[in-house]
Design a protein around this ligand. Structure first.
Ligand code: HEC
Length: 108
């Protein structure tokens, strides 16, 4: 009987390992997204610094960044050079939106 479920299990396996770049969020009901500031403090400060200008590990000055939201999502999902992939630290699309808003608020 277990063989009957094998193709389904395989499908799940394929989908979950498929496109490593993309990230699907399924936050539970009643979930509350964290603010961009909080996420930034937890996961970005070590390289970018409190004010975005630290530049550790070759990090870009975020106050001078002109990257649009598509570019930001892309760098979070894939990483770039000294910046490792970050999307695994986000729990929902709303949190991604929050970090984009926060990054925009840091700009001059
Ligand atoms: C381990 C260090 C490190 C961490 C942690 C890190 N970054 Fe970066 N970040 C970098 C580096 C290095 C670059 C420059 C990449 C390149 O070569 O273009 C960069 C570039 C960027 C850029 C592109 C700026 C531009 O205009 O090109 C954005 C946006 C960014 N980081 C946002 C974030 C956010 C948001 C977080 C936290 C969720 C984060 N980074 C965490 C190292 C880091």
């Amino acid at each position: 009987m277990i063989l009957r479920f094998l193709p389904i299990a395989l499908l799940f396996f394929l989908f979950s390992c498929g496109d490593q770049g993309k990230h699907e969020f399924n936050p539970p009901e009643g979930y509350k997204a964290r603010s961009g500031k909080l996420i930034y403090k937890k996961h970005c400060v070590s390289c970018h610094g409190d004010d975005g200008k630290l530049g550790a590990a070759g990090a870009k000055d975020l106050t001078a960044s002109k990257m649009d939201s598509t570019g930001i999502v892309n760098i979070l999902e894939k990483g770039k050079n000294g910046m490792p992939r970050q999307i695994q630290y986000f729990e929902s699309d709303e949190e991604v939106t929050n970090i984009i808003d926060y990054l925009n608020s840091m700009r001059k």
